[in-house]
Design a protein around this ligand. Structure first.
Ligand code: AMP
Length: 305
């Protein structure tokens, strides 16, 4: 199985009530591929500028992420500046500089074109479409997006949605895209645009999975200290798609499990700034949190109510 991701690799300046960082390593594809690399082989398509540090590139290599699709262009790396108030579920974008992404045209290698699973992480939908046009026969395609593209590139985004199996989107953006405040209705409207599966990320309130005949809810793992939610959504998607790619079955049961894996991975991300806490995970740490998660959500029925 092979998992291809296109998205941003970024330098983020983020302020939360608990601290701030400047030019920290981030980007949708950075978080996604780090998280997914704990489950499957990942190939990353993105562009960085000459100012991007070497350490995260070396880190991705150490995680066996295939970087043949990571281009270095003249110019500056994509930058995002955001802040969070005490409601850590809502990021406020203060500045977005596309920089090297403005004239990036992804060209997939022959091997990448044969990818089994494709994730179109949050990035300009025009680039998502260019990747979709090149992949030959993927078994499963999912996408994410954000308010910026809903506002500025809705037509292109709808063309993406018409061609994917799953949309992974956060609650606020699901409302914006569907025009519905109720999540069940929002998911139905989004399904009408194309995807058979819709996952709605609800920050500290977990995630909802909608399939054609089923709804599943996974809570977020209740952590004592949440430091920086940046990247939680992409880390969630990395766990979800990484797990699905490792199973290559896309039924209700694997989707439910994948949603939980997404929540487990996201819980690590938010405990520190940037992708710091995702760097030294291992099977044991992930399994231990997964078991706590299982304990959190299971109960024995005491019989008739
Ligand atoms: P999230 O998982 O939703 O918290 O995503 C956070 C990441 O999204 C940050 O690391 C940003 O670099 C990245 N990001 C923010 N705005 C954009 C954008 N317009 N296009 C691509 N990536 C973005």
């Amino acid at each position: 199985m092979s998992l291809l991701v296109v998205g941003s690799v970024a330098l983020d300046s983020v302020e939360t009530p608990f601290g701030k960082v400047e030019d920290a390593v981030g980007g949708s594809a950075m978080y996604f591929s780090t998280s997914a690399s704990y489950y499957t082989n990942v190939s990353l398509v993105a562009v960085i500028g000459k100012d991007f540090p070497q350490a995260p590139v070396d880190f991705l290599k150490s995680r066996n992420v295939d970087l043949n699709g990571l281009h270095t262009s003249d110019g500056d790396t994509f930058r995002w500046k955001g802040e969070y108030g005490y409601d850590l579920n809502e990021a406020v974008t203060l500045d977005t500089q596309l920089n090297v992404f403005s004239d990036f045209e992804p060209v997939l290698t022959e091997e990448y074109k044969k990818s089994d699973v494709v994730f179109l992480a949050n990035i300009d939908p025009t680039l998502q479409l260019q990747v979709l046009d090149q992949v030959e026969d993927p078994k499963f395609v999912a996408c994410d997006t954000m308010n910026l593209w809903i506002n500025t590139k809705l037509d292109e985004l709808k063309r993406v949605l018409a061609r994917v199996d799953m949309a992974v989107i956060n609650e606020g953006e699901a409302r914006m895209l569907s025009g519905e405040s109720n999540m069940v209705q929002a998911a139905q409207k989004i399904m009408e645009l194309g995807p058979k599966f819709v996952v709605i990320k609800r920050g500290e309130y977990g995630a909802l999975l909608f399939t054609p005949d089923d709804v599943f809810f996974a809570p977020a793992y209740p952590l004592e200290a949440v430091f920086d939610p940046t990247g939680a959504g992409d880390t969630f998607a990395g766990g979800l798609l990484g797990y699905l790619a490792s199973q290559m079955t896309f039924n209700s049961q694997t989707m439910r499990m994948a949603t939980v894996v997404g929540c487990v991975m996201a819980s690590f991300c938010v405990e520190k700034f940037s992708y710091e806490n995702l760097q030294d995970l291992d099977y044991k740490k992930i399994k231990s949190r997964f078991e706590k998660f299982q304990n959190l959500t299971s109960f024995d029925s005491l019989g008739e109510l």
